[in-house]
Design a protein around this ligand. Structure first.
Ligand SMILES: C[S@@+](CC[C@H](N)C(=O)[O-])C[C@H]1O[C@@H](n2cnc3c(N)ncnc32)[C@H](O)[C@@H]1O
Length: 309
């Protein structure tokens, strides 16, 4: 997609709005072009995060339940697009697009219809969760004022499954953790947690940590000129995709995995690496010295694994 200087200006303004992180009281999408630009750039980065999260779900054997798929704060519809791309849509009864912006609803519905054809798509500005629905929420939780967030957290409890993918910021993570706490008695936690207990991030001693991960973008992020231009114009590191996410499912058999998951990115020096880990025992900061464990030190520096033995 060729972008004019006016297009870059629009994207910079959008980026500033998202960075501000202020809660949204009214629709802010101003034109179809703005949604188109978002979808092709910022939205594609979000698509990369979704692909990584969905790939992990496939790896552990999770699949999308039959029923409706509800996309809350659908924007340009990228979350639904990724879920349908990964799991197909023939077993779904309908797609419900929810957004306060009628412009976004129209854009997302049109794109999804173009790509997936026969699917029945309903648009609404008020949250509606049909029985047995799967709810997807992407980069929307932090836009909600606290009361709207709490209302949504209550409403989604009737769902069969919930997939949340948010930016890997501490604010987003706190909302994801709050949703986890609200849901963990009724749902099994599919990912990313190694346990079903109270989240270790809620311990006051862990206040400086937040639940997030770094996933890798596809090769095109490093090879295609448009992404270098995007990185320069918007001041975004396209090589890094921080994400906070949560997948809940009422039918999932949560295995007690007894595993330890790496949180965030290791902080390494020539002699040691500091890591934050999460397990049934809680969230811990640990120091791995090169001299004590050279193999683990090297692994953490070069290819940080998802799970640590
Ligand atoms: C940053 S965009 C994310 C869009 C899309 N989910 C994605 O991941 O690309 C947030 C979306 O949430 C919508 N939104 C904000 N507050 C909302 C609310 N109270 N109810 C429904 N949608 C809302 C906005 O209009 C916007 O489309």
């Amino acid at each position: 997609m060729e972008l004019s200087s006016q297009d870059w200006k629009i994207l910079q303004q959008l980026r500033e709005r998202f960075l501000c992180g202020t809660s949204v009281q009214a629709p802010y999408w101003r034109s179809r072009r703005e949604l188109e630009l978002y979808h092709a750039t910022l939205g594609q980065r979000i698509a990369w995060k979704w692909r990584a999260v969905l790939a992990e779900l496939v790896e552990i054997g999770w699949s999308l339940p039959a029923g409706a798929l509800v996309d809350v704060g659908c924007g340009s519809g990228i979350a639904t697009e990724m879920v349908l791309e990964q799991f197909g849509w023939h077993h779904l009864t309908e797609i419900v697009l929810v957004d306060i912006s009628p412009l976004a609803l129209a854009f997302a519905a049109e794109r999804l219809q173009e790509r997936f054809g026969t699917l029945p798509i309903r648009r609404t500005t008020a949250v509606e969760i049909p029985p047995h629905a799967t709810v997807v929420i992407s980069h929307t939780l932090t836009e909600l004022p606290l009361d709207a967030f709490e209302r949504l957290a209550e409403q989604v409890m009737v769902a069969e499954a919930i997939i949340v993918v948010e930016p890997g910021t501490s604010h987003a993570s706190r909302r994801v953790v709050a949703l986890r706490e609200r849901g963990r008695q009724q749902f099994s936690i599919v990912a990313p947690c190694p346990h079903q207990e109270r989240c270790g991030m809620l311990q006051p001693s862990n206040a400086r940590h937040w639940c997030h991960f770094h996933v890798s973008p596809p090769a095109e992020a490093f090879t295609e000129r448009q992404w270098a231009r995007f990185a320069d114009a918007l001041g975004i590191d396209v090589g890094d995709l921080p994400v906070s996410f949560l997948v809940l499912d009422k039918q999932w058999e949560a295995a007690s995995r007894g595993q330890t998951r790496l949180i965030g990115a290791p902080d390494s020096s020539p002699v040691d690496v500091v890591i934050v880990t999460c397990s049934q025992e809680g969230v811990r900061q640990q120091l791995v010295r090169k001299a004590d464990n050279p193999a683990l030190y090297r692994l953490l520096r070069k290819h940080p694994p998802r799970w640590i033995a």
